[in-house]
Design a protein around this ligand. Structure first.
Ligand code: SF4
Ligand code: ZN
Length: 305
């Protein structure tokens, strides 16, 4: 089949749109989409110093690659890569290696921090001690450390690699769990409560579906790690939600975009509910928290006892 925009061979059919894309038109379209997300939502502006959370996986690698493409010659925007090593043998070590290759290739400064050094244990060690809950703990510790390190490195924004599927999965899961505060955080720049220690999060890839992120990565030959975390079984709800979304998209192309748009509308109403919510500072570590003692300090205490 030919590309809908030129005479070249098509490599992708975008079912929800009805267009065929050759390699060249496909990558241009993805980059345009990301640029539009950034510009329309003012995700990156003059004076920003952006920390890009680079795990070494395809989404975060694509995020770094595109931000580098768009802003490498910008005189008023700085960016760097921020990589966390949770200590998962056979997985994260390989991803960290790939992330180093990418940063070297692009000439982007990279900072790497390990759970072992920062918290005193690896996720492998935690998984040996806990029967379950280590995946949730890993996510909690990662969000905490990313925010802390981004701030300490002078970042004004923290870019993550969340794609459209990740966002849609979170929307469904938060709805199922009745977590309306999290539901209100949907969107490319979800900053609800203000706190001097909070670095504003941005999601430049939020309009890019999973399969398009994979294809973009492949066509652009961006170094990244294709491996799946061996502990993802510890979060079965996400796995099931992913499958559910996939089957919905097969029968109703474009459903992910309409779910996302609906959630954005809902979020603007829900946000009102939480407008007066104050974010405190954790009494132990000083980081932002909705409680007296933050979840991370509580968790760290619980595993010591
Ligand atoms: Fe950590 Fe869970 Fe992600 Fe694995 S899947 S890296 S354990 S949050
Ligand atoms: Zn704390």
């Amino acid at each position: 089949m030919k590309c809908s925009f030129c005479d070249r061979e098509a490599v992708y059919f975008r079912k929800y749109e009805g267009h065929y894309y050759c390699k060249g038109h496909f990558v241009k379209n993805i980059e345009k989409k990301v640029r539009r997300t950034i510009n329309r939502n003012k995700l990156i502006e003059d004076g920003d110093r952006v920390a890009i959370a680079l795990s070494g996986g395809k989404d975060s690698s694509n995020t770094l690659f595109i931000i580098n493409k768009l802003f490498k010659d910008h005189p008023k925007v700085e960016f760097f890569a921020l990589t966390l090593d949770e200590g998962i043998k056979g997985y994260r070590d390989k991803c960290v290696k790939k992330s180093k290759v990418l940063c070297k290739e692009l000439g982007v400064e990279q900072f790497i921090f390990s759970f072992k050094k920062e918290f005193g244990f690896t996720i492998d060690e935690l998984a040996e001690r806990l029967e379950t809950g280590f995946c949730g703990a890993c996510g909690l510790l990662r969000r905490y450390l990313l925010n802390k390190k981004a701030r300490e490195l002078g970042a004004t924004k923290l870019a993550t690699g969340h794609n459209l599927d990740d966002e849609c999965q979170s929307i469904i899961m938060n709805f199922l769990k009745g977590d309306f505060l999290r539901l209100a955080r949907v969107g490319p720049m979800p900053h609800l409560a203000k706190h001097p220690r909070f670095v504003v999060r941005i999601k430049p890839l939020i309009q890019v579906p999973e399969e398009e992120s994979i294809l973009y990565n492949k066509i652009r030959k961006i170094p990244s790690c294709p491996k799946k975390c061996p502990y993802s079984f510890d979060n079965p709800l996400r796995g099931k939600t992913r499958e559910f979304l996939k089957s919905l998209e097969e029968t109703s192309p474009g459903i992910r975009y309409s779910l996302y748009e609906s959630a954005l509308k809902l979020a603007s109403l829900v946000k009102e509910e939480f407008k007066s919510e104050k974010i405190k500072s954790c009494k132990e570590c000083g980081e932002p928290s909705s409680r007296e003692i933050c979840k991370v300090c509580e968790f760290l205490k619980s595993i010591k006892s």
